[in-house]
Write a protein that binds this ligand. Structure first.
Ligand code: ZN
Length: 416
């Protein structure tokens, strides 16, 4: 039985002009036709979204579902791993409620969370997980505190992430692939929320990065690099990493290399903003070093992003949510508009380009025949006001794989 969505305005994710009164036809979870002239397939169940904007489900290329802020250090120490798994499933549901049908998890989430959603045990977005994020000793992924306590302890499902030397990097990559990673995450610079390094510090050596990239590519997986320092970004790009996360200190030479290779930038503009917001809202929920470093990077981060946009770097939307509160992901879209992108460019970055970055563009990211039916119907016009997408109540229909997770539009009526 076909389902047909009668769209008021259709934004298909490709970035062209939106369509009026188009009809999207869905069968067995797949979009089978987009009828621009509005013809209804006979016998279809019709969902009336004629007063709404219909667009692809949103995709966030950088989240951490296992992290549930705001939380003090004491509260983090009191949270068992198994409770974190339960929280991750709740965070996944929350993010789906806010219009995100796919998430790329950038580290910390074990494959059981993804499997629980895939098996229909819990509702949530489609997940692409990085499992453990590889770091050098003392780098951004080393959560050893000055008193010697390690905040993140490896286990069978989240293998050891601290490596030194190319053979260590190779072994960790293989173990993480074995643990179910969809892509490999590495840390090629210091960061904001790490106790032992600075954002402008280079992380990992070129031969360590090369070993990771070789093993990931051998398994037909991509590599995403947390990279804030200029040299850390450059090392990752030259080594063939597919996406730069954060990209705080970009310059023209680095951008030239990104353009040459088609490297994605996943800027996560909202991450330092969220650190500062939560530090104010819940004192003690952000370490002092995180607040200091967020203030230090804020201006350079926004300037780098703006520069990358102007030079035509491929921008894929990502937020680092898990630093900020789950469900606030679309705040990134407002920041992207503030830094010079048009709302349509931002929507493309959050749908089509994000799907490309997650290597799932064959199956999702746009509303076109042959794609999975990941579809939103939104009250309001995100092309004139992107903030529409930040509000949960805007989403009247949230469909993933052709199944309505939320449908305020009433039972479909049958077209005779
Ligand atoms: Zn992150």
């Amino acid at each position: 039985m076909a389902t047909a969505i009668h769209c008021g305005t259709l934004i298909d994710g490709n970035g062209g002009d939106s369509l009026r009164n188009a009809v999207v036809v869905i069968e067995d979870g797949v979009i089978t036709a987009v009828n621009a002239a509005g013809e209804m397939p006979p016998g279809a169940d019709v969902i009336d979204a004629s007063g709404l904007t219909v667009m692809p489900g949103m995709i966030d290329c950088h989240v951490h579902l296992m992290s549930s802020p705001p939380r003090t250090m004491e509260q983090r120490l009191q949270t068992p791993f198994s409770l974190q798994v339960g929280e991750a499933l709740k965070n996944a549901r929350t993010t789906l409620e806010h219009g995100f049908t796919t998430l790329r998890d950038a580290g910390g989430t074990p494959r059981g969370v993804k499997a629980a959603i895939e098996q229909g045990l819990f509702p949530g977005p489609r997940l692409r997980i990085a499992v453990s994020a590889i770091s050098q000793t003392g780098g951004h992924g080393d959560a050893t505190m000055p008193n010697g306590l390690r905040m993140r302890v490896p286990n069978a499902e989240l293998p050891e992430n601290l490596v030194d030397g190319p053979e260590g990097a190779r072994k960790a990559t293989r173990e993480i692939l074995r643990a179910g990673a969809d892509q490999i995450k590495i840390m090629t610079s210091g960061g904001v929320l790490s106790p032992n390094d600075e954002p402008a510090a280079t992380g990992m050596t070129p031969d360590e990065i090369a070993a990771v990239v070789y093993e990931a590519h051998a398994a037909h997986k991509t590599v995403m690099s947390h990279a804030q320092a200029r040299q850390g970004i450059l090392n990752a790009v030259v080594a063939g990493v597919e996406s730069i996360e954060h990209g705080i200190y970009l310059d023209d030479e680095v951008i030239d290399e990104m353009l040459k290779r088609g490297t994605f930038l996943v800027a996560t503009l909202i991450a330092p903003v969220s650190v500062l917001r939560l530090a104010e809202e819940k004192p003690g929920s952000m370490p002092e070093y995180g607040v200091r470093k967020s203030k230090e990077v804020l201006v350079a981060h926004q300037a780098s992003f703006k520069h990358a946009v102007e030079r035509g770097v491929r921008i894929a939307m990502g937020t680092d949510t898990g630093v900020g509160v789950h469900g606030t992901n679309a705040g990134e879209l407002e920041l992207m508009v503030q830094q010079g992108m048009t709302p349509m460019q931002v929507i493309v970055a959050t749908t089509k380009t994000a799907a490309e970055c997650c290597t799932i563009a064959k199956s999702t990211g746009t509303i076109e025949a042959g794609k999975r039916a990941d579809i939103l119907a939104v009250a309001g016009d995100p092309l004139s006001d992107i903030s529409v997408l930040t509000r949960k109540e805007s989403f009247r229909l949230i469909m993933k794989d052709g199944k309505a997770f939320k449908n305020d539009l009433g039972a479909p009526s049958t077209q005779s």
